[in-house]
Design a protein around this ligand. Structure first.
Ligand code: NAD
Length: 502
């Protein structure tokens, strides 16, 4: 990292071949703390040639790294886990400084990041193949798993610590090498994390970090020496990534945008339901891929729950995520703030009733990018705010008469990332989980957050690919299967004796 003597602001570097290197000649862009508008670092927008250097280093490292025993690779991850745990608070503060979420939320994110490393340490078990003896007389068949090769990871802004780790620990545990491009809006967290990885003494080139934007992404998609791409971001970019990666024959998993519904049944228990709605809709200022953004009340649930929701939401404190007592931090940028405010304006023009208005929240730093909790009632099922991603602290309330109608509303969405139902009725849950066309379902849980040992991903426009992130799907994604069928002609079945000198 180079530090400007005039401003004291760090310019971030790339990590290539086990060394930190300046991205010579790259354009520099400011990284902004969204809580106060201050520049906290400068990030280089690397070029295709910077990327090429990283890919070359990852390719060269591959043969030796896949030759390291699985147990030794797992042990390195145990060490990484300990080092991340020891610096958890520091990483969490870094997340807040560039992304804006509250410190407890960032600490939970770093906890989930560490859980991904824990799940990847199980690789000596999870990477095992399968054997079947006697598929024909004296013939055995077995499938073994081998690494895919050089794996590219492209991350979004909203989980600077966790999302890259949905992939990185699993990829290297399986014997692959990695080139990671963090979001240019939040590049500092992975800079810190790679500093920690550097202490592990991994062979040079096993993990590489290339800062940048679109040019690096496009370079990764087209690069003939990258074998697999794991992408997380908005739906249009996920589609672009999926299509362009396929053109160069890469394996790809592209997790896209979301529009998540929360269905409230008349028997929902009010207080925990309200807490769940608030955590889901307003946590991380609504900038989680699993954030609930449409509340679908069934019949009388509306009058039981919505007034209590509005009252509780009014008490939420908007401010800097590092300050104690803050419930809702800023959104990522002034552009994002203006876009979200535009969505609220549009909903009002479409006839929504504003029960809580977060445009220009009181007391928030005018240099920061803040939108307060917003609740819009009387929203119609076909309004754009119900079908399109807002990605801010805005809850739209749609009222329906039956559970069947609620399920139809959920399934009408082009997205299918997450959904929740709040009810005590097991039969309603049974019908709901059976019928919804969504990848992740919460029952009395506002955010069905990723659990490292389980696969995680949406359906429909929220996901393009086959194998989901982490869990056993992660191991499937980062390995190629090879099937070997074998027999031998001497000894065994035919002669009944081995290595007998005749
Ligand atoms: P984004 O799509 O703008 O950016 C994601 C990555 O793609 C970044 O690294 C960025 O540099 C790159 N990128 C952006 N535009 C590009 C282009 N035109 N060509 C090539 N590369 C490009 O997403 P974001 O705003 O950083 O993140 C928020 C989005 O991510 C939301 O839509 C959210 O729902 C989604 N998300 C989804 C999941 C999931 O699990 N499905 C998880 C987290 C975030």
């Amino acid at each position: 990292m180079t530090v400007s003597t005039e401003t004291g602001i760090n310019t971030l570097e790339n990590y290539v071949g086990g060394k930190w290197i300046e991205a010579d000649g790259a354009e520099l862009h400011d990284v902004i703390n969204p809580a106060n508008g201050e520049t906290v670092a400068r990030v280089p927008y690397s070029t295709a040639s910077h990327l090429d250097e990283a890919v070359r280093s990852a390719r060269e490292a591959l043969p030796a790294w896949r030759g390291v025993s699985t147990i030794a690779r797992a042990r390195m991850l145990f060490t990484l886990r300990e080092k991340l745990e020891a610096r958890k608070d520091e990483i969490a503060r870094q997340v807040v400084t560039e992304m804006g979420k509250t410190l407890p939320d960032a600490t939970a994110e770093v906890g989930r990041m560490i859980e991904m490393v824990e799940a990847a340490t199980a690789i000596p078990t999870t990477m095992q193949g399968k054997v079947l003896e006697d598929v024909a007389r004296g013939v055995d068949a077995e499938t073994i798993r081998q690494p895919v090769g050089v794996c590219g990871i492209i991350a979004p802004f909203n989980f600077p610590a966790m999302v890259p780790f949905w992939f990185l620990p699993f990829a290297i545990a399986c014997g692959n090498t990695v080139v990671l491009k963090p979001s240019e809006q939040v590049p500092m967290t992975q800079q810190m994390v790679f500093g920690i990885i550097d202490e592990l003494g991994l062979p040079e080139g096993v993990v590489n970090l290339v800062n940048g934007s679109r040019e690096v992404v496009e370079g990764m998609l087209d690069h003939p020496d990258i074998d697999a791409i794991s992408f997380v971001g908005s739906a249009p970019v996920a589609r672009l990534v999926y299509e362009r990666s396929a053109q160069t024959g890469k394996r790809v998993q592209a997790l896209g945008g979301a529009k998540n519904h929360m269905v409230i049944c008349p028997d929902a228990v009010v207080e925990p339901t309200v807490n769940g709605l608030i955590g889901s809709g307003f946590g991380a200022a609504g900038q989680r891929c699993m954030a609930g953004s449409v509340i679908v009340t069934v019949g009388s649930a509306h009058d039981h729950v919505i007034p209590a929701l509005v009252e509780a939401s009014k008490k939420l404190q908007v401010g800097d995520g590092l300050e104690e007592g803050t419930d809702v931090g800023p959104v990522i940028s002034c552009d994002a703030r203006d876009r979200i405010n535009g969505w609220i304006d549009q909903a009002v023009r479409d006839g929504a009733e504003v029960l809580l208005d977060g445009r220009n929240p009181e007391g928030a730093d005018p240099e920061g990018s803040y939108v307060g909790p917003t609740i819009l009632d009387e929203v119609k099922k076909n309004d754009p705010i119900v079908s399109e991603e807002v990605f801010g602290p805005v809850l739209a309330v749609v009222n329906v008469d039956t559970l069947e109608e609620a399920i139809e509303t959920v399934n009408a969405s082009p997205f299918g990332n997450g959904v929740s139902i709040f009810t005590e009725s097991a039969s309603a849950v049974r019908k709901f989980r059976h019928d919804v066309e969504v990848g992740m379902v919460g029952v009395n849980i506002g955010v069905a957050a990723p659990v490292a040992f389980f696969p995680f991903s949406g359906w429909k426009a929220s996901f393009l690919g086959d194998l989901h992130a982490h869990g056993l799907d992660g191991v499937e994604f980062f390995t190629r299967k090879k099937t070997i069928t074998s027999r031998y002609f001497s000894g065994g079945h035919e002669s009944g004796s081995y290595f007998v000198e005749r």
